[in-house]
Write a protein that binds this ligand. Sequence first.
Ligand SMILES: *[C@@H]1O[C@H](CO)[C@@H](O)[C@H](O)[C@H]1NC(C)=O
Ligand SMILES: [Zn+2]
Length: 477
Amino acid sequence: MASSAITNAVRFFLLLTFLVATHSQSLSNPTYSPDEVSTNLGEVESRDNGQELEFRYHDHDQLTRYLRSVSARYPALTALYSIGKSVQGRDLWVMVVSASPYEHMIGKPDVKYVANIHGNEAVGRELLLHLIQHLVTSYDTDPYIKWLLDNTRIHLMPSMNPDGFAISKEGQCDNTYGRHNARRYDLNRNFPDYFKANMKQPQPETEAIKEWISKIQFVLSGSLHGGALVASYPFDNTPSASGLNAVFQSYAHSPSIAPDDDVFRHLSLVYSNNHAKMSRGVSCKSGSPRFEKGITNGAAWYPLTGGMQDYNYIWHGCMEITLEISCCKYPPAHELAKYWQDNKQSLIKYLAEAHRGAHGFVMDENGNPVERASVKVKGREVTYHTTKYGEFWRILLPGTYRIDVSAEGYLPQEVEFIVIDNHPTLLNVTLHSAKGDLAKVLNSLPARVQKTTAPPARPTPVTAAPVSDGVIVFPED
Ligand SMILES: *[C@@H]1O[C@H](CO)[C@@H](O)[C@H](O)[C@H]1NC(C)=O
Ligand SMILES: [Zn+2]
């Protein structure tokens, strides 16, 4: 079962490599124009004015005002932009928090959180506002936050489904009212799917996300949900099975193992271990599953088609996991302070993981960047692509790896490198023109490897846990 699933996965990835290569769109400039900063600050509520933020729910207008006031107050650390509009015309806001909010820092990763994709799962929406608040107010006093913002661009989207949120009700823990967008589509079932055909009509919110992540190379991402307490990692879907196999699969909930399973488990453990209680793996209520160490493979819990995390990883080489952060989907506002305390450390430490592994540049013989070179770690059949600056990132656990780097018109290059725990490995790879003479190629230098400066503190790595067996169907988190 497991080994045939892996073979299938490999075959699908080979196919995918082809699809992505033939389908390559122009990855033009990541030009989202930052929102014009509201000059009418008198309009801003006195309470949530960028100095302090109350623990209460913010409707779309209040959220918009809060984001505008922060961007006005912290122009050097934040930029506000909208990636599009919901069905009912609400802006899909993203706030960047970084020492370089307006411009990508070449060689440094962009990361993101997306919350409230299910409109009635409201905690993540407020936690991202508090994360913004915490980051901007700690930059000058907390060396770790300063290091993070100096070396990372953090894009935070408090709500991917503002229309669903608008009709959701505080105190509703378990129902699905407000979960969908205004056309009654579940946005976390609305992405192109790698394993199965997704016939759902693409929604504006999903289209906006797809365009966004095609323009910015995100290295790491978290999608915030509610209704359970677990970090769930790819794959969410499984290869199509037929006959008895399909019957078996729909009951057995076998894990669907991604090529970077070790990394995904590690990332999930970083979240659960830094969380106040997620790693205890206590079930939310009787009948709900328990998750060993607070993590699970997505398909082992329940398989789904059209989810956002598989799409991020397979289409764009962005490692995304799904963070289920509250047993109650829309708990009373007085509990928000507690949720922030429980998740604060996790939210920060998880993003820092973008600095783990190897990253670098692919260049030609003249030192010019090679865009859309394919970067593939041997044994991990998923292709990453370089940006227009020739950059690539590959989050990896300590070990020895080989990568294949190739691009049209160049001779492919294979490079061995090591990853250690506390410092990212910098890997520059020079590709030689396929037309150049052979002698030059034979004499080509191996890639240079170098250690870069480390952050002040690192989360300690944890050994991977066995995949838990989610036995009960709970398809609405
Ligand atoms: C790698 O390439 C980048 C971009 O060209 C350059 O800034 C950096 O100094 C290089 N590092 C090494 C170790 O060659
Ligand atoms: Zn959800």
